[in-house]
Each structure stands twice: as C-alpha cells, then as structure tokens.
Design a protein around this ligand. Sequence first.
Ligand code: ATP
Ligand code: MG
Length: 367
Amino acid sequence: MYIKQLSLTNYRNYEQLSVQFDDKINVIIGENAQGKTNLMEAIYVLGFSKSHRTTKDKELIKWDENYAKIEGSVLKRKQQFPLEIQFNNKGKKAKLNHLEQKRLSDYIGALNIVMFAPEDLNLVKGSPQVRRRFIDMEIGQIQPIYIYHLGQYVKILKQRNHLLKQLQKRKSSDLTMLRVLTEQLIEHAAIILEKRFVFMKRLRSWAYEIHQGISRGIERLDLQYAPTVDVSEEDNQEKIVTVLTESFERTETKEVERGTTLLGPHRDDLVFYVNNKNVQTFGSQGQQRTTALSLKLAEIELIYEEIHDYPILLLDDVLSELDDYRQSHLLDTIEGKVQTFVSTTSVDGIHHQTLEKAEIFRIDNGK
Ligand code: ATP
Ligand code: MG
C-alpha cells in the first residue's frame, strides 16, 4: 500500500502543504527543527489517529490556530481511498471515504504503518509501559476488535481500582461488587492475553530470521511474553480464564490492602534475548538498536501475512545511525515492496544507491 498524496493544514509548523509521494522511497532532507519529524508524525497520525510522541492532540494544532487537518489519498490492494483527520479544541474527527467514523476502531487499520524512530530504542531500554504500548498498537492495527477489548478492559480496571481504594479505606465493604468487576475484567483480560500470545509467537519467528540476517548469522534473537499470572502461549482462552480466576481469588485480600489491581495484562511485559542473554540488561547500544529494528521489520512481514499488503515504513532520523552493512541490508529487505519515508539532516549518511532511486524532498521551515 502507499500514500499517493498528502495535505496538511495548520499541522504543527505547517500552515499549508500539499505533496505527491513516490510509491517507493521518499527521502526528506532538512536542517534541525524544519519539520521532518512533523511530516512523519502527520503520516503516522493519519494512520493511527494519534501521535507517536504525544498523547495531547492539541499540540498537533499549529500555534495560534484553532484546528488542524491531515488529508491523504491511499492506495491499498489496488483500491484508492481518501482519509482525513481533523483536530480542534473539542476533539477529533476521523473520516474514511468521506464518512465520519465514530468509533476509532473502525478507522484505525485502513492505513497501516510501521515507524522506526530514535525513541524506539526505548522498546528495549525503556519501561514495560513502552513495550505494552508497542504490542497494543501493533495488534490493534491488524485486529481492530483488539482495540475494543482493550478499551473495555481499561474502563473496568478504572472502576475496579476505584472500588479497591474504597475498600482499602473502609469506605465500602462491597466484595460482591468487586467480584462482579473481577469477572468482567477477566473476560477481556483473557482475550487480550490470548491475542498477545499469538502475536508474540508470530513476531518471534519473523524477528529471529530478520535479526539473523542483520547480524550476519551471529545473533539469535528471542522474544518472550512475561505475564503476571501463570499462563503460557500453549494455553487456550478457557485455560487462561481459569488461571486468571484462581489468581484473582488468591490475590483479593492483598489487592484490598494495596487498593489497586495487581494482576493482568496492564502489568505484563515483553522480554528480549540475544544469544540467551537479556538485551535490556546486557545488550550493547548497537544490539539494542538492532533488536528494535528487527522487531519493526518483523512487523512489516506480519502485517503482510495478515492483510496481504505491505504497510508504509517511516524511518525518522535512524538510517544514518546504522552501519553500512545494516543500512544496505535494511534497504534490500524492503526494496521495491514497501513505500518508505526516510528523514535525515544530511545526505552524507545515506547510501548513494538509495538516493539514486529516491524522490527527494527538501524541507525548510514548514515548506
Ligand atoms: P530535527 O532534525 O531536530 O529532528 P525536525 O525537522 O524533525 O528537526 P520537527 O520536530 O519536525 O523538526 O519540528 C519542527 C518545528 O516545529 C520545531 O521548531 C517546533 O518547535 C515546531 N512545532 C512543534 N509543534 C508546533 C506547533 N503546534 N505549532 C507550530 N510549530 C510547532
Ligand atoms: Mg526530527
């Protein structure tokens, strides 16, 4: 799939922009603070309806303006369709084929995107929250129903935590209500867990293969899901429900004592190993970066398996960070099949073969 055309109105430092993109490689060149990341972010927002670097939609609106708009024309499996997303002080509106989608889960997934940016190093180095966000976003874009279950889970979790606080402070003694909420929570938790396990299993085999390629056959990458309850990849949903139920029963007193939910997917983590050593603890900077890159490239293949079309790849400021071998390996892998956007401050860090094939855009102060 690819984006043919993109228009921005009052988006970050862009007052007005309208561009046609190449369906293969687009290189975006500009000095610092000219709008390279903003442009990548706009494409990302068009796909996910939210930014990769802020949760505050208002920040996307150009200063002193009251709305922002992103419009794009996408070609996916030989079909062309328009996407549009608008932000104002009341919220956001997302349109697919000119029709407003009230539920974002009906919008997300129309344009599939994989982004690799400097902050993705946090996928390996950062907190579990970063890794949960990664897995949630990725499953969400290929299975919109996942977003629904996650939304329900978060809603019930909030209610349950609120009640646990009340119980802790002895402002309530309603254990019956707590158990009703626990049961509802488990229903969605089990679906989330099962989908995460399936996703990890598939991501693992692609990531292994890709990582082998990038590391010239030297490094074996392994990914594991680390749950807070005693479940594993082999367990079906029924089994997961049973284990969750037992675990919550056992932890109830402790949860009341602490006033919060101690178990469940909102506390789980992912662990990455290179040659059986935890990359977060023992990996070099380069190994951590390569691990993150392998995960992202694995995602591209996984999305292809799922929807029979390749997503768009956004590489913000990362290509020049890779050594020559890794850079050309990366470009060989995606060559000709994935529409790619590469941003850089200077062409020096980019292979001349890449530049020859690419469409080049220069950005200067939002123009
Ligand atoms: P670098 O090479 O340093 O990464 P960049 O080209 O990626 O630079 P951007 O992150 O795209 O730079 O930011 C460009 C400019 O946009 C920055 O100067 C920033 O202050 C500005 N900017 C950010 N948000 C807004 C906004 N809401 N309205 C107007 N300008 C904004
Ligand atoms: Mg930038």
